[in-house]
Each structure stands twice: as C-alpha cells, then as structure tokens.
Design a protein around this ligand. Structure first.
Ligand code: DGT
Ligand code: CA
Ligand code: CA
Length: 569
C-alpha cells in the first residue's frame, strides 16, 4: 500500500509551495489531499485504478494527475522542479521539526551550516543565539528538536500496519496454498505502533505458501527464507514475518506469537503451577507426558483454567490474575457505539458538507453525531465566527426536523486560548449541545500553565468534552506537558468527559491513561475528529485504545442512546 508515500509527497509539495510564497489556497489544497490520503483505508493504487482519485477530498484534476504520474513512474516532474528551486542544503535542516524555510535559510547563510551535525555543533557553541531574532531560548529549542529527531521512532503506526496486514492476509487467503491465516504479534494486540507484522498460517504445501508470500507485489527485499518461515521488507520499509505452522499446533502457536512476551512468561508460570508445560507447539501434562492440542488460542486459556483473555489486554498488567479469578472486564465493542461527538464539516476545515456527514454517519448505523467545527480564533482551520456558528445551529435545527431515527447535536470544537479563556462567550456556548474544548495554541507553555488552562476549561459549566487531551502526534511530537493526575481528578470532579481521539496519529488519550481515567471514575468518549465522510470510519482505531484501556460499554458516553445523552450545561 503506497498511501503513506503519496501523502508524504503531497505534504512536501505543499511545504515547497508555501516556501515559494504561493497562494495559500493552493498550499492548503495539497495538505488537505495529503491528510485525506493518509487517513484513507482503501489502497490509493486501487482508487486510481478505478478512476476514483477525484472523489478524495481535496484532490482535483491537477493533483489527481500528479498522483497518477507518481504511481506510474515513482516520480513527479512538478515536484522535482519545485525541489530545484530550494537550495539542497536547506532540505536536511528542514527535517528538524520547527525549522522552516526561513530559519533554515538564515542558519545556512549566516553560519554556513548544511547538515544536522553542523547545526548541532553551532547550537552547542552558542553561535545561534547571537543571530538577530534568535536568542538563547530558540537555540535550546533547536537542540531539543535535534535530539527528538534522532530518537524518533521507527515503529509503524497501527493505522498503516493494520490495513496492510489485512490486504496481505486477503491476497494470501485467496491463493489456494493457504488454509488458515491470522496476523499475530503486537498488531493483533492492536498496539498503537508495531515493530513488525507477524503473520501465522497453515498450509498443505508450506513451500508454495512461502513462495507466494515472498513474491507479493509489496515486497522490496527478502531478508530470509526457510522451509516454514520467511521475512520480507515492503516498499514502505515495513518488515513482515510469515510462519507456516502445523495444523494441530495452531491454537498454541497463535497464543505464543500474539504475546506479549511478558504475558507469555506469566502464563507459562501459571501453567507450570497447574501441572502443565505450555509451549508454542502444545500443552503437555507433566508426569503423564500427554499432549493437548488446541484449535484456537481461547482454548489454550480455557484448558489452563482461565477465562479467554482478549488479545488487546495481553500485556501482563493484571489480566492473567483477573482471568484466573473470573473477573475479566467485558471489553466495549465497536458495535456498542451509537454516535460520534467530534465531527468537522466544510463549514470549517472539513471537506464534506453537513448533510454528507450525516448521511455517512447514518450508513455506519449511528443514532447521532455532534457537529463540532472549529471556533473563530483558529484561523488556519477556518474557525467559525459567532454569527456563522449560530447560522449553522439554525441549519441543524431545521435538518433535525426532517430527520427521523437520527439526531444531530449542535456543537463546537472551541479553542482554549493561550490565556486560558474560551474562544466563545457563555451566551454562545449555551446554544451548543456538545461543547468540545481543545488546546491548539500555546502548546509549549509550562506544565503549570497547560494544566491550568485545561482545568479552567473543565470548570466551565458549558464545556462537556476535552478533545485530544495531551496533543501528542505519534512519531512526530510528544504531548504538551500536562499533569495527568490533575487532569483526571478535575474531569472526575466536574463531570467533564475526556476524548479518545480515534485519528490514527493521535490516539489521545492513550491506553494507559484511559485505564487510569476509568479507575478514577472519569467518563470517556471515542470520537473520530473526522474531516471527511471517509474518516468517520477511523473509529476502529479509537476503539482499539478503549479496549486496551480495559474500558467497558458503560465507560463510554457514546454507547448511550441519543435520548440518554446528557451534557453538562
Ligand atoms: P513488536 O513487533 O515490537 O511491536 O512487538 P511483538 O509483541 O509483536 O514482538 P515480536 O514481533 O518480537 O514477537 C512476536 C511475539 O512472539 C511476541 O508478542 C511474543 C512472542 N515472543 C517473541 N519473543 C519471545 C520470547 O523471548 N519469549 C516469549 N515467551 N515470547 C516471545
Ligand atoms: Ca511484531
Ligand atoms: Ca516478529
């Protein structure tokens, strides 16, 4: 799947256009198309093949042509031209988050730095702080950014890995050399990022199965190939292992290779205490030597006297003890969801109309959505003025009159400004059913300031939900510095709901904080933050977090029916 490549290309074009000072409409169009493709579940090559590129939000004639050119040739002439107009030595410097074109240009011209190493040296020698407009603080930030850049993770976001794994499983399944096939490892546990993709299969002809695997079109290199195992690297540099297993061992092997390692170690101890030896091949009764084979991994747990443990919580954080004493949580499921409280439309930076978003939500089987476009101070996202919001609310009321079996909640994603004030007055907030508050500016403030702003927002009687509470972007930036305990305690005290943002690069709150929130009696909501109809389908990724956080149906407010939804004020 080349979606990530294409998105990266479009982002680069957008950046280069911005550097050139091209009009913002054009700059945004590329970024918007990139974002849409990044969040898309369907393979871009398939979309292109069926002539559907222009259905992607933000993709018009000209962008569609460039995507086709890229898919066919691996290059885009227009992009190469743009690149030539930016000095090559700036490219490397601009890889550091926070260093844009202008900064890179000054650093290059005044200090002669061309590489990240040279930039680091210049910062350590305090040569940067002496430049006009820089100063000590900026110099420190550059050093920190370099450090973060170097430590940036090479793990793969689940949002990329899961669709890829599913596609590969589908393709292999449809070949007649594979019988059973199942992804395992951290992917099956639905961790937010995975180191590699582990796939298990059975086959009557292991050799043919391995050959089919190493000849998949996504394969770039074959790292290893044996009689029952092969490892390949895809064109997107993702490593995939395939293991061909014996039929009778499938259940124990699936259990073993799903992990986690810590969970397996604890489980083997439990087995030993109960008189069994658990391995990836079978369960052996100590003493008699009798071997027990399992068809499924659930059966492994049952044979050992435990309740079956869902893969998402196999992390040795209490699940084995819970399964032993019959007290496992009943994890919430996607089908329990009745709506989505964080949805954008083309009234702000979304790409689809209000009506289209409603139609798409109905198709998903929901009972409701809340329309939460951005508020006025967020200029980059076309935030709504008070007048526009009131106009939208009026439109929603009129639409609701026409809808049966579906309800649109009025709402806003209101900005928590840098001085902790809320971007709309109470008189406006009062007219919204769902007030989702979020922090977008001033993310570098101190822990006290950030936490204070969030607490002030939660204490506002109109603020119902805090969106993406830590602001982290996976693989790109850490969250802002927030006192999580204070945040959770205030949410509990004020009855403010915390969001698990389902967007695959956010997943914020994360699994551990969600679990902690539950333990403090905080209610959560899993919302997509969709900017297009297609992104409403990203809910699955938020639900993975909810399940990894041990959440049950009652812990989420969007499992309630429309008439049981209660907002704060
Ligand atoms: P990843 O790929 O880093 O996201 O994490 P995993 O959990 O997928 O780990 P991976 O790919 O190294 O191995 C897949 C599974 O195999 C792992 O979840 C549990 C099992 N496994 C691997 N090494 C060991 C080990 O040394 N002991 C035990 N008990 N299990 C192991
Ligand atoms: Ca793995
Ligand atoms: Ca592996």
């Amino acid at each position: 799947m080349r979606n990530a490549e294409v998105a990266a290309l479009l982002y680069s074009i957008s950046e280069l256009l911005e550097l050139k000072g091209e009009n913002t409409f054009k700059v945004r169009a590329y970024a918007r198309a990139a974002r849409a493709i990044e969040g898309m579940l369907e393979d871009i090559e398939e979309v292109a093949a069926r002539g559907g590129l222009k259905e992607i939000p933000g993709v018009g004639e000209s962008i569609a042509r460039k995507i086709e050119e890229y898919l066919a040739t691996g290059k885009v002439g227009y992009y190469e031209e743009l690149l030539k107009q930016v000095p090559a030595e700036l490219h490397e410097l601009m890889k550091i988050p926070g260093i844009g074109h202008k900064t890179a240009l000054v650093l290059n011209q005044k200090l002669g730095v061309r590489t990240i190493d040279e930039l680091e040296r210049a910062a350590k020698q305090h040569r940067i702080r002496r430049l006009p407009g820089f100063g000590a603080k900026k110099e420190e930030n550059i050093l920190k950014a370099i450090e973060r850049y170097r430590q940036r993770s090479t793990r793969i976001p689940l949002g990329t890995a899961l669709p890829l794994a599913r596609r590969i499983v589908e393709v292999l399944k449809s070949s007649d050399v594979i019988d059973r096939i199942e992804p395992a490892g951290s992917l099956r546990r639905r961790k937010e990022t995975v180191g590699d993709i582990d796939i298990l299969a059975t086959s009557k002809d292991a050799k043919a199965a391995i050959e089919a695997f190493v000849h998949l079109p996504v394969v770039k290199n074959v790292l290893g190939k044996g009689t029952t195992k092969a490892t390949i690297v895809t064109r997107d540099a993702i490593q995939i292992d395939l293991r061909i297993l014996e039929d009778k061992s499938f259940g124990t092997s699936l259990q073993y290779f799903t992990g986690s390692k810590e969970h397996n170690i604890k489980l083997r101890d439990i087995a030993r205490m109960k008189g069994f030896k658990l391995s990836e091949y079978d369960i052996e009764e100590v003493g008699t030597g009798r071997k027990i084979y399992c068809m499924t991994d659930d059966e492994v747990y049952i044979r050992l006297g435990l309740l079956p443990i869902p893969p998402e919580i196999r992390e040795d954080t209490g699940e084995i003890e819970a399964a032993l004493s019959g007290k496992l949580p009943e994890l919430v499921e996607l089908k329990d969801l009745k709506g989505d409280f964080h949805v954008h439309t083309d009234w702000s930076e979304g790409t689809n109309s209000l009506e289209e978003m409603v139609e798409a939500a109905k198709k998903l089987g929901y009972e409701y959505i809340a329309i939460t476009d951005h508020s006025k101070s967020l200029g980059v996202a076309h935030g709504l003025s008070e007048e526009r919001l009131l106009e939208q609310i009026d439109r929603i009321h009129r639409l609701n009159d026409k809808l049966s079996d579906f309800h649109i909640f009025t709402g806003t994603e209101v900005d928590i400004r840098a001085d902790a004030s809320i971007d709309f007055p109470d008189s406006i907030l009062r007219q919204c059913d769902a007030v989702v508050a979020a922090l977008h500016v001033g993310q570098k403030q101190t822990r006290r300031e950030i936490t204070g702003r969030l607490i002030t927002a939660m204490e506002n009687e109109h603020v119902d939900i805090i969106a993406h509470p830590t602001g982290r972007i996976i693989g790109e930036r850490e969250g802002y510095d927030v006192d999580m305990d204070a945040l959770l305690d205030t949410a509990a005290r004020t009855g403010t709901v915390l969001e698990i943002n389902a967007y695959p690069s956010r997943l914020d709150l994360n699994d551990t904080n969600s679990r902690k929130a539950k333990s403090k009696g905080v209610k959560l909501t899993v919302d997509t933050d969709a900017h297009s109809t297609e992104q409403l389908g990203l809910m699955e990724f938020g639900m993975n977090v909810a399940r990894r956080g041990w959440l049950e149906k009652n812990d989420l407010v969007n499992t309630r029916s429309a008439r049981d939804v209660r907002f704060k004020g």
